[in-house]
Design a protein around this ligand. Structure first.
Ligand SMILES: C[S@@+](CC[C@H](N)C(=O)[O-])C[C@H]1O[C@@H](n2cnc3c(N)ncnc32)[C@H](O)[C@@H]1O
Length: 385
């Protein structure tokens, strides 16, 4: 119990103490039979989250944890399936359990919709045609019955997505502006609100984007595509610059939810912006390094963080550790007051100035929430100089 709590805490705090982790791994291996399912899951997750030295990866201890995990993985067990699969993939690469999950997904026979996100990510990364087959399953509504992140039946979790798709199908003369207006009118009327950065928030993010002077190799990053509203907005703004400067840069929008990713892709297609904007499916921990590999060091000139406020500080540090943010990069974070990003705000003042050097400046803009005039929220804009 203490071992699993300890490894979970070290991974949560991103404390990479290799000797300590090595001894936790060997002790865990000795007592693995005493661990319950949650203990195994937490240990596997912690080992997968922290980058281990190569020697530790081949350690018998880790192999024992993973073997035990493979024994207990129950494909029907909705709550743990995605975490198990992800932990095994991170530490061992492709495994027979992944093959079984893939087989079931392609028969439309998986319990947890987030497993689709993981599989879509791996298929797309490998350039495997199964990615399109899986995407068509998602489109055909052949989804599993549960959405474990929201812990409610999947038909309820995605009800609004279905209504939005129906509403969008009646868009006349599709264009970026038509797509944006139609999503806004859905949020103001029939859909009764959508969590997109429209209204004042759109003005603030877009003016921040327009202050970036992109060079040929530079790129933009969005964390949280949702229905692709802000992706279309940014893509359209960049398109204007591309025409005048013939640049090759583009926006990558990262999204963990496979249904949101498919809906966003559809709106981006409808806006004829697929050559400018792409949606990367998967967890940010996995997709961000991929972008770094593609775009290179210091290539992220503009970033928009609109995923989960409680993770902003970690995701920002990850970007900085990968050296994706260069001089003049601008990062806008939404919802820093509501629902809130207290750790990120604290880090902006107390940690990031030391990590980034003295030359960074954060400005906070107060504004109304999109389609909720009575609610005040803030966006932070951080500029590296
Ligand atoms: C507020 S919505 C984004 C709205 C979008 N930026 C817009 O204005 O149109 C947040 C999205 O972030 C996604 N998300 C949350 N945590 C994430 C993570 N760790 N990685 C990737 N996407 C995440 C959610 O699934 C959701 O679709």
């Amino acid at each position: 119990m203490h071992l699993t709590t300890l490894s979970w805490a070290l991974a949560t705090l991103l404390l990479r103490d290799a000797p300590l982790l090595d001894s936790i791994a060997s002790q865990s291996s000795l007592r693995i039979d005493e661990f319950n399912t949650q203990g195994i899951t937490n240990t596997a997750w912690a080992f997968a989250k922290l980058p281990f030295p190569a020697a530790a990866l081949t350690d018998d201890a880790l192999a024992a944890v993973m073997r035990k995990l493979a024994d207990i993985v129950d494909i029907e067990e909705t709550k743990e399936a995605n975490a198990h699969l992800w932990a095994m993939w991170r530490t061992q690469g492709s495994s027979s359990i992944e093959e079984e999950f893939s087989r079931r997904a392609l028969c439309g026979n998986l319990p947890d919709s987030l497993v689709y996100s993981f599989l879509l990510m791996t298929f797309e990364w490998r350039g495997c045609a199964c990615g399109s087959v899986l995407e068509s399953f998602i489109w055909s509504g052949n989804l599993p019955s549960l959405h474990t992140r929201q812990e409610k039946p999947v038909v309820d979790a995605y009800k609004k997505m279905g209504q939005l798709m129906d509403y969008m199908a009646a868009t006349l003369h599709p264009s970026p502006q038509a797509v944006l207006s139609r999503i806004e009118s859905f949020a103001h009327g029939y859909g009764q609100w959508l969590k997109v950065a429209g209204g004042d928030k759109a003005l603030c993010t877009e003016s921040s984007l327009n202050m970036c002077a992109f060079r040929e190799w530079e790129t933009m990053l969005e964390y949280g595509a949702f229905v692709g509203y802000s992706s279309v907005r940014f893509g359209n703004a960049v398109l204007g610059q591309m025409r005048s400067h013939t640049c090759g840069y583009r926006l990558t929008s990262c999204e963990v939810d496979p249904v949101h990713a498919c809906v966003a892709r559809s709106h981006i297609d409808m806006a004829a912006l697929s050559h400018v904007v792409e949606v990367a499916v998967g967890k940010l921990n996995d997709t961000t390094p991929l972008l770094h590999e593609r775009a290179g060091t210091w290539a992220c000139t503009f970033g928009f963080m609109d995923q989960r406020g409680t993770a902003f500080h970690q995701d920002f540090v990850h970007l900085e550790e990968l050296m994706m943010l260069g001089v003049h990069s601008r990062v806008t974070a939404d919802n820093v007051v509501k629902p809130g990003a207290p750790c990120f705000l604290w880090a902006l003042r107390n940690i990031l100035p030391h990590r980034l050097g003295a030359c960074q400046n954060s400005t906070f803009w107060a504004m109304t929430e999109f389609a909720q005039e009575e609610v005040e929220d803030w966006q932070s804009v951080t500029v590296l100089m």
